[in-house]
Design a protein around this ligand. Sequence first.
Ligand SMILES: NC(=O)c1ccc[n+]([C@@H]2O[C@H](COP(=O)([O-])OP(=O)(O)OC[C@H]3O[C@@H](n4cnc5c(N)ncnc54)[C@H](O)[C@@H]3O)[C@@H](O)[C@H]2O)c1
Length: 359
Amino acid sequence: MSKLFKIKSQIKSYEISFDETFSSRDTFLDKNFFLIIDENVHNLYPQIKAANILVIPANENSKTLDMVSFIIEKLRSLGANRSDKIIAIGGGIIQDLVTFVSSIYMRGIDWIYYPTTLLGMVDSCLGGKSSINVANYKNIIGNFYPPNQIIIDQNFTKTLHEEDNLSGLFEAIKICFAGGESAFNQFVLLSNNKEINSNALLDLIYLSLETKKKFVEEDEFDEGKRLILNFGHTFGHAIEASSEYSISHGLAVGVGMSMAIIFSRNFSNNKTSIKIEILLNHLIKLLKTNVNLINKLKNINFDILYEKIKADKKHKENFYVFILPNEDGDLKIVHIARDEKFKAIFYKSWTEVLNSYEI
Ligand SMILES: NC(=O)c1ccc[n+]([C@@H]2O[C@H](COP(=O)([O-])OP(=O)(O)OC[C@H]3O[C@@H](n4cnc5c(N)ncnc54)[C@H](O)[C@@H]3O)[C@@H](O)[C@H]2O)c1
């Protein structure tokens, strides 16, 4: 498979390529490579070996400054120098950590990323962002430091849990919807079958990356156009955190997008456009395939959810900031006053979201 994406970047240009055989090979025996790998992936793919290896558990508790410090210490004790290369193999958690570590280790070291989750392949691998949690603040610190190269082997998704594959689909929906009618229609066609075959999966990864590339190249540092890719994320982060991370990131973003649609409709009393109806139906249909989700959502305490939504880092002192669809279905940055009307509509919308997932 030869498709290659070259990504223009003000930091360093980089490329994404595809290699369907990587996950079944052993590699990185060169002493200049320092492999940082997700613990579960390491156990599932014992053929991936390296002269220097650090195995990291992939959970939110790993995305901390303590873990950053631990990795830096290990790299140093293993003898990593500025001219060496870090190889990262894992999902968004490993990527967030390695992006940050690579950007600061000896003031910046080259790195190569092999995403192993669908979310990593369709979304997070492109754009160079890192995010680290501090105390209860998720993704509160970070920077931009893309890898020199990204290599995708979609076969890694075969060992992912169903929920993690679904998570990736939601980030891809978000990107394709934000990318316009043609990308979204192609996405719906590709993802409509219950089982997505290997060719359709590859097409879906291409589509999502091609669409995201346009956002990233135009607004690399998240100051304008790229901000709309946060669609569903403010609600999603609050849902993820108030479920104590029992709901995965991508699934929470899926629920967050439906919450954003329903909230926007309730807040402005607008009729929903056809394209938003199609999106909402598609989201609900996919979310319902995860049978545990509704119970996890019902277990969320509304007061905690409300506190989490108010505390999101994107809000300003006097108003909330959300990415919401307008009546034409276009995504816009919207400012909403911090008052009781917000709380009432937020509550009403949350109740409607819960009702929409009842089988
Ligand atoms: N930096 C960015 O641009 C960006 C974008 C989106 C999300 N994120 C972050 O990414 C994280 C979520 O990432 P994610 O959903 O990719 O997953 P993850 O890294 O949290 O991994 C999810 C689970 O799948 C396991 N796993 C990974 N690959 C596997 C494979 N091939 N087979 C079997 N199991 C495998 C992991 O060990 C983990 O248990 C969140 O912390 C989120 O904030 C970052």
